[in-house]
Design a protein around this ligand. Sequence first.
Ligand SMILES: C[S@@+](CC[C@H](N)C(=O)[O-])C[C@H]1O[C@@H](n2cnc3c(N)ncnc32)[C@H](O)[C@@H]1O
Length: 313
Amino acid sequence: MNSQVKPDIPVIDYEGSNYQTDFWVGKGRDYEDQAERMVLDRLVPQKGTRVAEIGAGFGRLADLYLGYEQIILFDYSRTLLQEAVERWGADPRFIFAAGNIYQLPFADAALDTLVMVRVMHHLANVETALAQIRRVLHAESCAILEYANKRNLKSLLRWYVGRQSWSPNSFDPVEFVELNFDFHPRWMDECFQKVGLHKEEQLAVSHFRMPLLKKTISPHLLVQFEQILVKPGGIFPLAPSVFVKVHAQQEALPNAQDNRVNSHSINDLTQLFRCPQCETESLTQESDSCLHCKNCHTRYLRKNKIWDFKNPQ
Ligand SMILES: C[S@@+](CC[C@H](N)C(=O)[O-])C[C@H]1O[C@@H](n2cnc3c(N)ncnc32)[C@H](O)[C@@H]1O
């Protein structure tokens, strides 16, 4: 399930996948889902003008953004976005866009809040992706980013008893299955710093991701215990999942002048998007379903409510 796209960074391709039914529905992951929601409730500002979820999949978490005036669900997989459209497409606040995080089609400083959950895990080039994320933030924006922690308790125990070949203490990411990576928290911190993202808060999640516990204790009760652990657990994360809240460092902001959206300009798609091919903010809107780049003459179409930045005309 992987393909090669410009700029030659391999991307995991969920096109045609049944991720929703294969991974979530009836698969015993209510605890993980509820724990992630509890953490996002704590980190994501409840209200705002524009929020985008990157790698939003089928829109599992989209109900958490209903306090925003505009909600963008962005993903590489049109199949999953189509499921998101079925669920959220009737709400005019939602915009759906297919594209690649390495060539984010958003204008500089266009987003107020950005969320990315269970996606870093698939990124072969974290720094390039984070640089794109920083680019689309403005001085007041925040991004809530989740990554898989290689130095988790289970992995440490497996390593110490000789049941795991790679060390959870080594800094480099481990690719345990093709395009599935776990990261060391200090390595991630270095990446945030390198691209100019300042970490405000860090919470560790899914401490109880163990089959026996999940079988014997209700997800609701596990999440109550989790609530106590997420903050202290974030100091030296040993849980399999880490959530950080970051903002763009002043000196790393893309434009001195702020591009941020307001309620008047919110429906102007030429201010929200930029051309991912030539990376200029040169789009004009030709119709409800067509954006045209004045610079490189690429056209981006909207089909079945999804803007396609993946396969332009
Ligand atoms: C494990 S799923 C998580 C979906 C959703 N965030 C959730 O938690 O339910 C990973 C998602 O990341 C998307 N993805 C992976 N690489 C991407 C890339 N380079 N650009 C955009 N989306 C990407 C996949 O298409 C997939 O929908």
